[in-house]
Design a protein around this ligand. Sequence first.
Ligand code: ZN
Length: 119
Amino acid sequence: MKDIKYAKVLCPNCNKETKKDIELRNGFKLTYFECPICSERYYDSADLRAFEEFKKLRERHFNVKLRMVGNSFSVTIPREIIDFEEKFACMEKEMDNMMRLSLEEPGKLGLYFKKLLGE
Ligand SMILES: [Zn+2]
């Protein structure tokens, strides 16, 4: 049995073989097949589903409580965000349970799941 990745994808408009490539959007790798004639792009459905899920989550705003723990404060991160990150990290094969926190500007904290590039 051969994997589907060895199959040729034809453009339904031109009946011409498409070329596989990857587009980066908001840190997402979206696989697509592009037609060399009409430039139409056909995206991988699993990639699109994950990207749609991300967009929905990004539009939501969560109110979280600040709690004092010893000399520090803790915030709770909603389950949906962690679940999504775990799934995404699985796809990327790298879930790091250490996070980076930085004060980006007065009133704004940045919390990063992944290691930043160049470090
Ligand atoms: Zn075409």
